[in-house]
Design a protein around this ligand. Structure first.
Ligand code: NAD
Length: 251
């Protein structure tokens, strides 16, 4: 699907990977709407790229519906909203893993992603198909943590694992409507979320990355998203972008 002139929605677009993707899509000629709960940064990024911002909390489906109504049905939907949360074992010296932290991570990542997908797909499904029968694409964001299972990341891994598990059934559900679904699995990327990691942990993560020995640039994540949009054979896929890292026992 071509990006130029196409309506795109970037959820979590006020920061990090989402903001980089919004910039790349706008640069390629898309009409971009940013959805985020961070109102100040959302407006700032939207102004910078000539896009629109709508305040959304992905845990609240009515806010997503409002955004879809305001912007109109998009053909491109990128899910980048997320929160971190790690360094806590299933049970350890401080007792059992807090249940509320587990629930919070699943609420934002799993339920939030699902709300965006189900509501956006319903809106997309009424669009006129393009010449090849395509109506649109949804790209979700997991993390290598879901596959590599580092210590202290059980809740985040569960949340991201669920996003990966939804990919194929969603692609099969939405295939008849001409809607593709792919999931990107980033390693470590330089974003505000990653900036909270302690120096020692960052150095350890870089050391276990074969090449390049650095955190990824958000623009590199965005470039992959643009390729997913443009290549119609990529569907139902879960694709790592990680410099070859396989996380060992860190966290
Ligand atoms: N940065 C990395 O190294 C990395 C690695 C693997 C996966 N990820 C995932 O990539 C995605 C983007 O992460 P990032 O590093 O750009 O983080 P970030 O903190 O820079 O951006 C996340 C954005 O999501 C928004 N957000 C959070 N909760 C929300 C909610 N309930 N409703 C709406 N918006 C909400 C935040 O306001 C923020 O703008 C996340 O899902 C994250 O888990 C990041």
């Amino acid at each position: 699907m071509k990006i130029s002139g196409t309506g795109a929605m970037v959820v979590g677009g006020a920061s990090g990977l989402g903001a980089a993707t919004a910039r790349a899509l706008a640069g390629a000629g898309a009409r971009v709407t940013l959805l985020d709960r961070d109102v100040d940064r959302g407006h700032a990024v939207a102004a910078e790229i000539g896009g629109t911002f709508v305040a959304v909390d992905v845990r609240q489906p009515d806010t997503i519906t409002t955004a879809l109504t305001t912007a109109g049905p998009p053909r491109i939907v990128i899910n980048c909203a997320g929160i971190g949360g790690g360094g806590i074992r299933t049970a350890g010296k401080r007792g059992p893993h807090p249940a509320d932290l587990f629930r919070d991570l699943l609420d934002v990542h799993v339920t939030g992603t699902f709300h965006v997908c189900r509501l956006a797909a319903a809106a997309m499904a009424i669009l006129t198909p393009l010449d090849d029968g395509a109506r649109g694409i949804i790209v979700n964001t997991s993390s290598v943590v879901a596959q590599d299972g580092p210590v202290g990341m059980v809740a985040y891994a569960a949340a991201k694992g669920a996003i990966e598990a939804m990919t194929l059934p969603m692609a099969r559900d939405l295939g008849p409507a001409g809607i593709r679904v792919c999931t990107v699995v980033p390693g470590n990327f330089e974003t505000p979320m990653a900036s909270t990691l302690p120096d020692e942990l960052r150095q350890g993560l870089v050391a276990m990355t074969p090449f390049p020995k650095r955190f990824g640039h958000p623009a590199e994540y965005a470039a992959l998203v643009c390729h997913l949009i443009e290549n119609p054979m990529l569907n139902g896929c879960i694709i790592r972008i990680d410099g070859g890292i396989r996380m060992s026992v860190v966290g």
